[in-house]
Design a protein around this ligand. Structure first.
Ligand SMILES: [Zn+2]
Length: 299
């Protein structure tokens, strides 16, 4: 994370066998959840190699990251993007099928970075220019007024160089908007620890803190212009209750949630391959996300 050397072991994360929308033949060990004592970020360790992650994401499903629910975090990202004066050229890093970009004014020039060719083709059909499959392959002189990184940073093993790479493509006065889980939310630190839903997904490996973003921005010659706390999505009351219960079961015992999940799959005759491990996908129950805006001076 920040390069610090003092860290604290918060405990073991349960194994997972569902990755990028696909059931894996063998589970990925969960490793442990750690806290950096220098910058207060959280991270998973040990993790897989870059090549192993690449292979797993490549085999992922095209529609896996899309959804039709009311995403409260996206409303915050949209309002920060619309609030930056004169913003006309926007880049969404990890744009998926272009759901978020399609919600921005049609007068804006909208570009996406997307490694999945299936998802990229869906985005292109909606008038979104796929600028490159990865940030590293973007032409060096490409500049954008707004760069959004939504539900991506928690998947990146080295978030500092990743943010640096994105920041280099900001126009003077431009803004980088990161939407992800709040690494410092008290319910995670104080109650659920390594059994918090957000770190239960095997794809989620790094959770930068506010001091991490501030240090990063300073090193890049920018500044954190704002941090907005938000829930991930809007939930009906009954959904809120059911999802809250699922988090409690996982907290008591991840194995208990596995047994319940396997039992439900057996009852409904779910097709093979079936999951052996279940993560509580309870986004929206807690106000555990944040939208961090990093501004580049000038313009
Ligand atoms: Zn650190």
């Amino acid at each position: 994370m920040c390069g610090g050397s003092r860290h604290q072991d918060l405990g073991a994360i349960a194994a997972g066998d569902f990755f990028a929308g696909r059931v894996l033949p063998t589970a990925i060990p969960g490793g442990h959840l750690w806290r950096c004592r220098d910058c207060d970020s959280l991270f998973r360790h040990p993790i897989l190699t870059a090549a192993e992650y690449h292979r797993l994401y490549e085999g992922g499903a095209a529609e896996q990251w899309s959804g039709d629910e009311t995403r409260l975090d996206l409303e915050v990202v949209r309002s920060v993007a619309l609030g930056s004066t004169g913003a006309k050229r926007v880049l969404d890093v990890g744009c998926g099928n272009g759901d978020f970009l399609a919600s921005l004014p049609a007068a804006w020039e909208r570009f996406g970075i997307e490694p999945s060719t299936g998802a990229g083709a869906l985005a292109a059909r909606r008038g979104i220019g796929i600028a490159a499959p990865t940030l590293g392959e973007l032409p060096a002189d490409a500049r954008f007024d707004v760069i959004t990184i939504i539900d991506v940073i928690e998947h990146i093993p080295e978030p500092a160089p990743f943010l640096e790479q994105a920041f280099a493509h900001l126009s003077p006065g431009g803004v980088l908007i990161v939407s992800t889980g709040n690494a410092q939310v008290p319910v995670w630190r104080g109650v659920f620890g390594p059994r918090f839903w957000y770190c239960s997904f095997p794809e989620h490996i790094t959770f930068p803190s506010r001091p991490f973003y501030e240090r990063c921005a300073r090193n890049l010659g920018g500044e954190v212009a704002g941090v907005t706390l938000t829930r991930y999505r809007d939930l009906s009351l009954w959904k809120f209750a059911v999802l809250g219960l699922i988090q409690m079961v996982y907290w008591v015992s991840p194995q208990l949630l596995d047994w319940i999940g396997r039992g439900i799959d057996a009852l409904r005759g779910a097709p093979a391959p079936r999951r052996q491990h279940f993560s509580p996908g309870i986004g929206g129950v807690f106000e555990d996300h944040w939208v961090v805006a990093i501004r580049r001076p000038g313009g």
